[in-house]
Design a protein around this ligand. Structure first.
Ligand SMILES: Nc1ncnc2c1ncn2[C@@H]1O[C@H](COP(=O)(O)OP(=O)(O)OP(=O)(O)O)[C@@H](O)[C@H]1O
Length: 451
């Protein structure tokens, strides 16, 4: 950013927010610091808040056209019953931001649901939740992660996306510091390990409660990354360029992806550590350990029980997605492989933005083609976007004025995502022999439910 732009920006935002004594993020241990393998040479990235975030063709990555900035309905049922929940997480200022901008901020939090972006014009945004910079990893899990576990155990597909500018805290939120394998989680560990700790506790409780019906759960996990539009198995990194297939029963799936049976938190930590070590990383100006790929951690949770001589099955798919960070390649100074990487990251994120815009149009009764197939990411996750899934979007943002335009883009993206209408259904099935089915018919007749 040039000094005149910085001056401009400081004038625009000066004095809006008080100094704040926030813990320094660089002091917080994180998943990124010890477990991931830096891949290549550092990228020099020059920040310029007035340059729009651009896609591979130079088009805006997130369209900032005000006509696309929808007002969300005031109807309480819109917020209560919606299948897409949107949460904003504001991270603390980091050392660079404190030094370069003297703690200048582009945001003010008004309530647990409302944020004001302090640019011109000041813009107010409302979400399901706004998590302030001091929220603990545990509290965030309780707000966003815990309901997903209950949903999956009841047979709903559930998906969580972390979306945001590079360095805004997506990996910290999804993974955090996952520590060592001892069944005990570190205080800084993120939502993913916490979800599984809770899941296995709930499974034990439910199996105990329904012993008579022989309730049994089984969980199988996979971990993949999408890098430069290629899918790699993070649990078997020699398996690259995997193909997406579509099946009536399974939906979209990745062919030949490793699936591992899991039954404890240690099983999960082992997979997370293994996958994270294989993920593509590089240093950028904004983040010394930036994820250069999208990662998708999936757990298929299946339950089976017996009742009235019938076998019942329920399935829930849990997708936990850590997206690569949106970034401005024009001013990044990236060359060669880094440039190709950035172009692919922006291309798939801009397809994600387009898919969301088309889904919002559909929700408003317009006829639209939804371009799911334009990127691997949206094709793989099409059920989570406008399909059979309960979806949570966590949009991570920096409060610094240095990131004002990216933060605004992220807030607009999150607001649009709230308007998607999903159609989540319980996935269940039953089977039995002829006599069991006849018995059921008799019971239904007796209840006057069948004539
Ligand atoms: N809420 C937070 N509290 C404390 N530290 C944080 C928080 N969010 C992020 N950080 C720290 O900020 C740095 C960047 O975070 P992180 O790697 O999660 O960003 P990212 O959005 O995943 O970036 P990229 O897209 O480049 O991978 C890390 O050192 C992380 O520990």
């Amino acid at each position: 950013m040039s000094s005149s732009e910085l001056d401009n920006l400081s004038t625009q935002f000066r004095g809006r927010t008080p100094l704040n004594s926030i813990p320094d993020p660089s002091q917080c241990p994180s998943f990124t610091s010890s477990h991931r393998k830096p891949q290549t040479t550092p990228v020099r990235r020059i920040s310029n808040v007035f340059t729009p975030v651009t896609g591979h063709t130079g088009t805006p990555l997130i369209n900032s056209d005000p006509s696309l900035h929808f007002d969300l309905p005031q109807d309480p049922s819109f917020w209560k019953d919606h299948n897409v929940q949107v949460l904003i997480r504001v991270r603390p200022l980091n050392n660079t931001e404190k030094v370069s901008q003297g703690y200048g901020r582009c945001l003010r939090q008004e309530s647990a649901h409302t944020l004001v972006w302090l640019g011109h014009p000041e813009t107010r945004f409302t979400f399901d939740h706004v998590a302030c910079q001091t929220i603990s990893q545990e509290k965030l899990f309780r707000v966003a992660g815990l309901p997903m576990v209950d949903n999956c155990m009841s047979g709903y597909n559930s998906c969580m996306f972390a979306y945001g500018q590079t360095g805004s805290g997506k990996t910290y939120t999804m993974m955090g510091d996952i520590g060592e394998m001892s069944g005990k989680l570190s205080e800084q560990c993120g939502i993913t390990p916490r979800i599984f700790k809770y899941l296995f506790t709930r499974i034990r409780e439910e199996e105990d409660k329904q012993k008579n019906e022989r309730l049994k759960y089984s969980c199988k996990c996979s971990f993949l990354e999408i890098y430069n539009e290629q899918i790699t198995d993070l649990l078997e990194p020699s398996s690259t360029n995997l193909l997406l297939r579509e099946d009536l029963k399974k939906g979209v799936y990745v062919e030949n992806l490793t699936e591992v049976s899991v039954s404890s938190v240690d099983d999960i930590l082992r997979i997370l550590l293994q996958g994270a070590a294989n993920r593509k990383m590089a240093a950028t100006h904004m983040n010394t350990e930036s994820s250069r790929s999208h990662s998708v951690f999936t757990c298929n949770i299946e339950s089976c029980w017996e009742k009235d001589s019938m076998k019942h099955f329920r399935f829930g798919r849990l997708n936990l997605v850590d997206l690569a960070g949106s970034e401005r390649q024009k001013s990044s100074g990236a060359e060669g492989d880094r440039l190709k990487e950035a172009a692919n990251i922006n291309k798939s994120l801009s397809t994600l933005g387009l898919v969301i815009m088309s889904l919002v149009d559909l929700a408003h009764g317009k006829h639209r083609h939804v371009p799911y197939r334009d990127s691997r990411l949206t094709f793989l996750l099409q059920d989570s976007l406008g399909g059979n899934s309960k979806t949570t979007v966590i949009a991570t943002i920096s409060p610094s004025i240095c990131s004002a335009s990216e933060t605004l883009s992220t807030l607009k993206f999150a607001q649009r995502a709230k308007l998607i209408q999903n159609n989540a259904k319980i996935n269940e099935d039953a089977s039995g022999d002829v006599s069991a089915l006849q018995q059921q018919i008799q019971q239904l007749k007796a209840c006057n439910m069948l004539y």
